[in-house]
Design a protein around this ligand. Structure first.
Ligand code: LMR
Length: 412
């Protein structure tokens, strides 16, 4: 019965992890998947998370009952405050529908399904079921929207010549898209490029959203990773939500900033114009969620709730986030100075400054697929073919080895 099912290719990012694990080479390095590692290259259970876990295990009142369909109410309320701000007018005015999801992927999926059912694509965005996504973007975005019968179309974002933002191209696409188009925006620490608009550029982008009545679909997977400051990294989202006339959805993940990759703790926040609309939106999100997963998983959400609501865990978590962001920034500096001072490596766009300018977990080196293949095959350093590296995979012990292979490839 399955004779006509073609075998699918493996996932590009998780295939790298599998290849890395199977590799016996002593100096192998995994710069593929975006998962934080400590300076010994090991996964890091955040001290704040360890304490929260211990408190939950000791708490006899914690049971294993179902959560409600929309998740743990304390978790969704605290998560909304984290991303939208404790003083958010949208929250105070009861215009935010927050639903717990299977991390960021689940939030994107729930948001896409909601749009698919309730966004009137026949009247908005030129009558096409489309979402505009940055070129490039996280590979899973395309897959998720395709799955929900919304066609992903690229908008210009990354300029290979400057290894930076193609602001003209980006804003040009916003202006020329039909009114009411849906645009996916990375809230901070753009994946895969690490290239973010400045605050002033965000204001200009928001102006266009307002005048074109576009819908902003934010994906926020790295709050805290860009600057180490949870509020600063929420700037773009808060700015859009403060301009009441822009329709905003926000996908939120705690995989990276709480190191809870496997727990799948995340949320979708849909901001409405009125509390009445919000009530209806929330009820429909619950209907979708029931059909898809019934109820979200409890443990990760309970851990995050403690991080966000217990004063001493909140202080510790902020410290932990700073530590992760700080180590990544140190690795940027180390790689940059090795390439520019020790190896004097020829840079793809004429300079390696982009390594210092790019933000968050990833850096886009700007190397060709052939050069990347050489680094992977001969150097046993795993990275995606687009030359994205997870800065968190670098350590003080392997950064020189990695720089030496970037140097070899850049000269090849
Ligand atoms: C990544 O981009 O490496 C991470 O977000 C992991 C994933 O799910 O792809």
């Amino acid at each position: 019965v399955w004779s006509s099912v073609p075998e699918a290719p493996p996932d590009a990012i998780f295939q790298l992890t599998a290849a890395y694990k199977a590799d016996q080479y002593e100096k192998k390095v995994n710069l593929g998947v975006g998962a934080y590692r400590d300076n010994n290259g090991n996964p890091w259970v955040l001290p704040s998370v360890k304490k929260a876990q211990a408190a939950l295990i000791a708490d006899e009142s914690v049971d294993h009952e179902y959560l409600s369909i929309t998740g743990l109410a304390e978790f969704t309320a605290a998560s909304a405050k984290l991303i939208l701000g404790a003083d958010s007018a949208a929250i105070a005015e009861k215009r935010v529908a927050s639903v717990q999801t299977i991390s960021g992927t689940g939030a994107n999926h729930l948001g896409a399904t909601f749009l698919s059912k309730f966004y009137d694509f026949s009247k908005h965005g030129g009558g096409k079921r489309e979402i505009h996504i940055s070129n490039p973007t996280w590979a899973n975005h395309k897959a998720i929207f395709n799955m929900c019968q919304i066609n992903p179309v690229d908008y210009p974002y990354y300029d290979a010549k400057t290894v930076g933002l193609d602001f003209e191209g980006f804003t040009g696409a916003l202006k020329s898209a039909p009114d009411g188009s849906v645009f996916l925006l990375h809230a901070c620490a753009h994946n895969p490029t690490g290239v973010d608009p400045t605050r002033d550029q965000w204001h200009q982008i928001a102006d266009i959203f307002e005048s074109k009545k576009h819908l902003a679909f934010f994906d926020c997977a790295y709050q805290g990773f860009a600057s180490g400051d949870l509020d600063a990294d929420a700037y773009s989202v808060r700015h859009f939500v403060a301009r009441k006339s822009i329709s905003v959805l926000v996908c939120q993940s705690f995989a990276k900033n709480a190191g809870l990759y496997g727990e799948r703790a995340g949320a979708l926040h849909v901001i409405s114009a009125t509390p009445e609309q919000n009530k209806a939106v929330f009820s429909q999100l619950a209907v979708i969620q029931r059909a898809e997963i019934s109820n979200p998983p409890a443990f990760g959400a309970r851990v995050v709730t403690l991080l966000l609501t217990d004063p001493s865990l909140w202080a510790q978590w902020q410290k932990d986030v700073k530590e992760m962001a700080g180590r990544i920034i140190e690795m940027r500096k180390a790689l940059f100075s090795l390439l520019t001072e020790k190896f004097k490596t020829p840079a793809p766009g004429g300079s390696w400054d982009h390594i210092m300018k790019q933000i968050g977990m990833f850096s886009f080196l700007g190397l060709s697929p052939k050069q990347v293949k050489m680094i992977v095959d001969e150097g046993h350093i795993y990275m995606t073919a687009n030359s994205r590296i997870s800065m968190a995979g670098l350590t003080t012990s392997n950064v020189e080895y990695v720089a030496s292979w970037i140097d070899k490839a850049a000269r090849s």
